[in-house]
Structure formats: C-alpha cells, structure tokens
Write a protein that binds this ligand. Structure first.
Ligand SMILES: [Mn+2]
Length: 342
C-alpha cells in the first residue's frame, strides 16, 4: 500500500482496478459469480468478472465528484472455482433443454433435466448468499459481479438482514419478472419476480430503462403496488417533451425507500455500450445519464446497502463491453463509499 501511486498505470494483480489493498482492509467486497447457466440467447457472461478485472486495470482512479477516489478500499473476493466448474456442467444441460423447447418438446418430458438445472441454481444461490454474508459479517458492503442476472439473489437475501425493509433500483432493458422462464425457476429473466417472492423485506422495486417485456410482466407491473417501472419509452418521451433528466432522476429516487440496493443489468444502457451482452435491445440510457442518476442517489438521503452488476460479456474481438462494465463498477463502488460517508 505504501508504494502505491494512483497516478501510475495499474499493474495487474488479480484485483479489481489493480488496487493494492487486501480484502481484509477493504470496505467494499466484490464477489465474482461466473455463472450463465440459464442464458437464453447468447452465452458468455460467465466471463464477465475475469474480463472486467482485466479491463479495470486501465481505469483511471481519479473522479471529479469523489474526493480521493483512489483511496476507496475495494476488495476482491477470490473466484470460487467450483462455480465455474458447475457452470460448465449445467450450462450444457440447460442448452439441451432450450434446444428441445425450440423443437416443440413438451415441458413435462423435460422435467428430469429441468430439475437438475433448478437444483444447481438453488445451490448457486445458497453459495452466493454465504459468500456475501461472510463479507457483511466482516463489516463490508457487498457488490456481486455476474454472470447472468440470476446471480445476485443471494446478495439481495444477504443484505436483507441489514434492515427491516429496502428497495431495489433496477436498471435493465428487461423487467425480469417472468415466472420460471423456459422452465428455469432461477432464470436471468426471473430475478425480480423471485426477489419479490422470496425476500419479504423488499418493499419497493423501481425499474429504469425497461423496454422489452411481455404482457404477463406488464400485468405484474400494473398490479403489484411495490413496483414502479420507469420504462425507456416514458423516460424518453418525457425528455423529448422538455422534462429534464434531473427532474426524472428526482422522481426515480423519490420512489425508493430509505435503504436501496442497486441491481444493474448492463443491457439497461444503450447497446453500443454493451454490444456483447446476452440480450441487447435498442434504446436505453447513456453512460453520463446513468452516472448522474447514481451520483444523485449517492448524495440523497437514501442509504446504499449493496449492489450487483450483471450481464457484462466480453465481445468476440474487443474489450469494449468489459471496459464500460469496469467503469460502471468503479462508479458503483465510489458512489457507495461517498454515500456511506455522509
Ligand atoms: Mn436483467
């Protein structure tokens, strides 16, 4: 730590942002979850953590809005290799299920295979919960890096022990309210349905930039009083008609309770910022707009209790997705620290 110069280029040391501090010294713990078993369109997000660590080496640590940003103590929890192994094993089974469904095979015939995948996902959720709980018990704020968007359920459960109630700020192109998508109970497309069903402490789900969802999800949004969905259509139409982004951010933050967990699916951003992600969708939010929203949340009277960043997938021939992902992750960490110092 004593020899660390934040002005020099980072030296890859396996830590996020090549930071010199140990996990024990850190205030924020990043838990990598390389899991994309239920990905329906394009796999690759299991490589998210590794690619973000690699790209994060070249993120400059200075930030105009956070004094002494480089002193933020971000710790890297070593990857659990068993998760990588299980991901490979169960991804194959899930792929065969998806192929059968596309051929028109009935769900009933696929029950044995679906059971295997669902049990594996349950066990992953328990592992992530244990990994996060351990860090919380040591006084750290937990950030999960996926993987697909099924992976943060364990972190949401772990932070639920910190307060009586909390809200989720959910940035995503998708509503993720599907019930057992493609037969997978813990699908990436079901994370918010599962969170609302399994975690009674969640009193509010505020969604931002959603633009690709089905009728069943629209019905849930319209009938569940806990959900406020700021669709991409609504946000953009407001903007076109003269409502400022500042005012829209104030509305988004006002919908949240005192304690806030941020669940960030990279595909909430405009697809040119995440071309390699599992399910890119046109439209979406720009980098500076989301940065503005997160900073406003950080300096608001709300408390950030944890976060995740999911669905970052390295591109086939570029590190652009990981580069953007690393910068979003850094902002999440910096603003969480800024928020905790208030
Ligand atoms: Mn999602």
């Amino acid at each position: 730590m004593t020899n660390f110069n934040p002005n020099e280029p980072g030296i890859a040391n396996g830590n996020y942002f090549a930071l010199p501090n140990s996990l024990e010294e850190s205030d924020i713990a990043i838990i990598s979850v390389p899991w994309d078993v239920t990905t329906s369109y394009r796999p690759g997000t299991h490589k998210g953590p590794e690619s973000i660590i690699e790209a994060s080496v070249q993120v400059d640590l200075f930030d105009p809005l956070v004094p002494d940003a480089w002193e933020t103590k971000i710790g890297t929890v070593p990857v659990n290799i068993q998760i990588l192994k299980d991901n490979k094993k169960y991804r194959k089974i899930a792929q065969s299920v998806i192929a059968e469904l596309e051929k028109g095979t009935d769900y009933a015939e696929l029950t044995p295979l679906l059971d295997k995948v669902n049990k594996a996902s349950e066990s992953l959720n328990k592992d992530v919960f244990a990994l996060c709980k351990e860090q919380i018990n040591s006084g750290r704020i937990t950030g999960v890096v996926g993987g697909d968007h099924s992976v943060p359920l364990g972190n949401m459960k772990a932070v639920s022990g910190l307060c009586e109630e909390f809200g989720i700020l959910h940035i995503d192109a998708h509503a993720d309210l599907r019930v057992a998508y493609e037969g997978f109970t813990y699908s990436h497309a079901s994370i918010m349905y599962n969170a609302l069903s399994e975690i009674p402490q969640i009193s509010q789900l505020t969604q931002v930039a959603v633009r690709d969802f089905c009728q069943q999800e629209a019905d849930i949004i319209n009938t569940d009083p806990r959900i406020r969905c700021f669709t991409d259509t609504e946000l953009k139409r407001n903007q076109f008609e003269g409502k400022t982004w500042k005012k829209q951010c104030e509305d988004i933050i006002a919908s949240l309770p005192a304690n806030v967990y941020i669940s960030f699916d990279i595909d909430g951003l405009s697809p040119e910022l995440c071309p390699g992600t599992g399910t890119p969708v046109p439209g979406g939010i720009g980098f500076r707009e989301i940065d503005y929203l997160l900073h406003m949340l950080a300096i608001s009277n709300k408390k950030i209790i944890g976060f995740d960043l999911c669905e970052v997938s390295p591109g086939i021939d570029s590190d652009w997705d990981a580069n953007v992902g690393a910068r979003i992750l850094y902002k999440l960490c910096l603003y969480t620290r800024l928020n905790s110092k208030k």
